[in-house]
Design a protein around this ligand. Structure first.
Ligand SMILES: NC(=O)C1=CN([C@@H]2O[C@H](COP(=O)(O)OP(=O)(O)OC[C@H]3O[C@@H](n4cnc5c(N)ncnc54)[C@H](OP(=O)(O)O)[C@@H]3O)[C@@H](O)[C@H]2O)C=CC1
Ligand SMILES: O=C1O[C@H](COP(=O)(O)O)[C@@H](O)[C@H](O)[C@H]1O
Length: 525
């Protein structure tokens, strides 16, 4: 997408550079781009945080361990670290103290001169949302955004984009007072995942799929995004957000939009955002009655993950003992368009579930029955699975005749895995997104309209939940959510698909990958 964009020299300024996101995702992504020779030599990185690090400490004691722990290319660090470290700088500043922004500006201007940068900037707000407003206002008022004849300034904003519709609108006002919409890059890192970028290609570049991609042929769609991890060190954030705001409002609805959207008129950001926004706008709003009927929420209690005991959510550090925050939800929703009327989308997401997996399952309707087929076996539905992670690929289930002298019909599976081969190491979502922000391609970022419609859809659910008592915990860590999540789909005569990868290669997913890699290398099992 967006061929023709190219990266010029720029300063990549990370506000919140000493935080968890910077450590686990941003520095590793920038390092990987640098180690693979993709990040041009004229890009320097400036970390801004409160801690009084000096430059040597920041490079050796913060960035280096961050890369060792989190970079997919950590094996090459010895070779590549020093050239990457030379790109990195640090500036200590309390971002609430307006009087010191001038010093930061002088620091950046000096780096411009050293790096031959003509004023181009990416400002990444890896901060708690309440700091977005003050930072952006200071950037504007203190001349950071003044443009030279050819320079550009872009801002990258982390999710969550607000806590509800009102706060999202307020935040958007603050941003748009300083930046035009085309320079605001709202991150939803799922859009940077390889197989999610692939959805449009699978749909619009294959004659097999597009003609049947509608309510005449598709029975229903399932989207699962499950995690084994618990709340970790993000208690303060997560207990306020819950699965509804943390996953459904953004990542999960983005997947719905990519599956349900009409073909865009082009591959530019504007054309794609327009089509996605139409899907968000068409989501059937939830009434209180449907919230009770078609949404299941859950919270994990103590249990086992991979055989190890883990505490319940309410026992995690920083979580109140009476928290009613949901760590799981399953929902049945509808996209009210001509193409999708009547097709249920079943979504489920949660923490402390048995597997880390994101998969989209498209189940097709049965064909009119040909009676004599029945004698030869049960016809299974045709299914297309888009496997997003940890395995990346496409899985198709068909019916075929079993070889032999009889006519038995059996399911066969076409299974393409793009990251199972030896030596494949797919780029991480943030690599693609940071690269795109540097080259000015906003295609994989969310537009304001999408965010606004997503909050309009989600707000009534949060408001209703606040008035409906719940009895948590209602699933043990290591289970697929509360039993009601099964009932939600089974009462419609359907069932959650076990992950095909899981069915074919039972065991933890890391073992699955090793198994497949091993077998490709001629070392089965
Ligand atoms: N962590 C994650 O996996 C994800 C995070 N996000 C979002 O990214 C953002 C950052 O999250 P995360 O990194 O986890 O948060 P952390 O709390 O780990 O880090 C916050 C950062 O903000 C800095 N900071 C806080 N207050 C000030 C201040 N007054 N002046 C200067 N710097 C300040 C901290 O600096 P210092 O430490 O020096 O005080 C630190 O670098 C949040 O919006 C979060 O919701 C989104 C998706 C995933
Ligand atoms: O944005 C978030 O996503 C992660 C899951 O991301 P993934 O790339 O590992 O699938 C989730 O753990 C986190 O709570 C949420 O804020």
């Amino acid at each position: 997408m967006a061929e023709g964009h190219h990266i010029e020299s720029a300063l990549f300024v990370i506000f919140g550079a000493t935080g968890d996101l910077a450590r686990r995702k941003l520095f590793p992504a920038l390092y990987n781009l640098s180690a693979e020779g993709i990040l041009p030599s004229g890009v320097a990185i400036v970390g801004v945080g409160r801690r009084p690090f000096d430059l040597a400490y920041f490079r050796e004691k913060f960035i280096l361990p961050a890369l060792l722990d989190n970079s997919r290319l950590a094996g090459n660090l010895l070779h590549n670290f020093s050239s990457f470290a030379q790109r990195c700088y640090y500036f200590s500043l309390d971002l609430r103290d307006s009087s010191r922004y001038r010093e930061l500006k002088n620091f950046l201007d000096q780096l411009d001169w050293e790096w031959g940068v003509q004023g181009n900037r990416v400002f990444y707000l890896a901060l708690a949302p309440e700091l977005f407003g003050p930072v952006v206002a200071n950037l504007k008022e203190q001349g950071f955004l003044d443009k030279g004849p050819r320079s550009w300034k872009r801002v990258l904003v982390e999710k969550p984009f607000g806590w509800d519709l009102d706060s999202a609108r307020a935040l958007n006002r603050e941003l748009t007072q300083a930046f035009p919409e085309e320079d605001i890059y709202r991150i939803d890192h799922y859009l940077g995942k390889e197989m999610i970028q692939n959805i449009m290609v699978i749909r619009f570049a294959n004659a097999f799929f597009e003609p049947v991609w509608n309510n005449k042929y598709i029975d229903h769609i399932q989207i699962t995004s499950s995690e084994k991890i618990g709340v970790g060190e993000r208690a303060a954030y997560y207990d306020r957000a819950g699965a509804l705001r943390d996953m459904l409002q953004n990542h999960m609805l983005q997947l719905v939009a990519l599956i349900a959207m009409e073909p865009p008129v082009g591959l530019d950001a504007q054309a794609i955002r327009l089509e996605k926004a139409k899907v968000f706008r068409s989501l059937q709003p939830f009434t209180r009655e449907r919230i009770l009927q078609d949404i299941v929420r859950g919270q994990y209690g103590p249990g086992y993950i991979d055989g190890e005991p883990v505490p319940g959510y309410r026992e995690e550090a920083g979580i109140p003992a009476d928290s009613v925050t949901e760590t799981f939800l399953a929902v049945k929703l509808f996209v009210n368009t001509f193409r999708w009327a009547g097709v249920p989308f079943y979504l489920r997401t949660g923490k402390r579930l048995p597997a880390k997996v994101t998969e989209i399952i498209i189940q097709f309707k049965p064909l009119p029955e040909i009676l004599y087929f029945k004698e030869y076996g049960e016809l299974l539905p045709n299914v297309l699975v888009i496997r997003v992670q940890p395995l990346e690929g496409i899985f198709v289930q068909l019916n075929a005749k079993r070889p032999g002298t009889n006519n038995y019909i059996v399911p066969i599976r076409l299974d393409f895995c793009q990251n199972c081969g030896v030596g494949t190491n797919s780029p991480e979502a943030y690599e693609r997104l940071l690269y795109d922000a540097l080259r000015g391609d906003a295609t994989l970022f969310t537009g304001w309209e999408e965010v606004e419609y997503a909050w309009k859809f989600v707000d009534p659910i949060a408001q209703a939940w606040a008035t409906i008592p719940v009895h948590f915990p209602n699933y043990a860590a290591g289970e697929w959510g509360p039993p009601e999540a099964r009932v939600l789909i089974e009462r419609d005569g359907r069932r959650w698909w076990e992950s095909p990868a899981y069915m074919m290669y039972p065991g933890p997913f890391t073992q699955v990958c090793q198994y497949i890699k091993g077998s490709r290398a001629g070392n089965p099992g």
